[in-house]
Design a protein around this ligand. Structure first.
Ligand code: ZN
Length: 267
């Protein structure tokens, strides 16, 4: 299932199931309306269906408590910034107020002169959990979406702590929807491509993760309780680079979808 949150006709955001075209193209083309919150229980279809192009997608999840990021989890990315791969996952927290949806603008703040994209596989947690052994990680995963761990690289170096560099409002685009039908093995071998203004910048595979999805859940749930809707960003492959106002950045993960955001100057 592909679960989206969308706004139609200026109404309130609602959850819906993205459906694929029946014309053989397999392109997502419509949304079937459902009632309630799929993270809280089984979904009920209302019978209503709207074309995808007639709605505005918003973030498929608003993390109730936190987004946990993992730094330097692809060896080639660690190397490109002259860092070594940490023995243990390097975890940090992005505030849930940094989350935006597909199509919403990344706001370039005046405090930075070096804003970077980081395309990432995002794991959405489905159950309240603590100290989950890696063999049981699948039980607490709701699904996967695409994330962009937007980072003010200059502040990251200067601040030492990453709260500000990675925590500005709009620094955590998520979407376009949550895919719930992938197993950990499938999610652990997907191609990830980030392009800026149509030009490819990152091209990696989630099989290159130093600490895999199950190990990350074990590690993160070992220090903090995870709540339904919390998100773990699994790290970014090599090829990170700058964004400037006016750019359009797209992160595509095969089998999930494409997350596109523009960059605007803070007004
Ligand atoms: Zn990152």
């Amino acid at each position: 299932m592909r679960i989206a949150r969308y706004v139609a006709d200026g109404g309130d955001p609602a959850f819906g199931i993205v459906e694929l075209a029946q014309d053989g193209s397999g392109h997502p083309d419509s949304i079937a309306a459902i009632t309630g919150d799929p993270l809280a229980g089984p979904v009920n279809y209302t019978g209503e269906r709207v074309p995808l192009e007639a709605v505005r997608l918003v973030s498929p999840v608003i993390p109730r408590s936190k987004v946990i990021g993992i730094g330097r989890n692809y060896a080639a990315h660690a190397a490109e910034l002259d860092n070594t791969v940490p023995e243990q996952p390097l975890a940090f927290i992005k505030p849930n107020t940094s989350v935006i949806g597909p199509g919403e603008p990344i706001v370039y703040p005046p405090e930075t002169e070096n804003l970077h994209f980081e395309g990432e596989l995002a794991v959405v947690i489905g159950r309240i959990c603590r100290r989950v052994p890696r063999e049981r990680a699948a039980e607490v995963i709701f699904g996967y979406t695409v994330g962009n761990d937007v980072t003010a690289r200059d502040l990251q170096a200067g601040d030492r702590q990453w709260a500000r560099a990675k925590g500005f409002d709009s620094f955590c685009p998520l979407g376009p929807w949550i895919v719930t039908h992938l197993g950990i093995d499938e999610a652990s071998d997907l191609r990830l491509i980030t392009s800026v203004n149509g030009e490819p910048k990152q091209d990696g595979r989630t099989s290159e993760l130093v600490h895999g999805i199950a190990a990350l859940i074990e590690y993160v749930s070992g220090f903090t309780t995870l709540l339904p809707g919390d998100v773990i960003l699994t790290g970014t492959p090599a090829g990170v680079g700058p964004l400037t106002p006016g750019d359009s950045v797209s992160v595509t993960i095969e089998g999930i979808g494409t997350l596109t955001n523009s960059v605007v100057e803070e007004s």
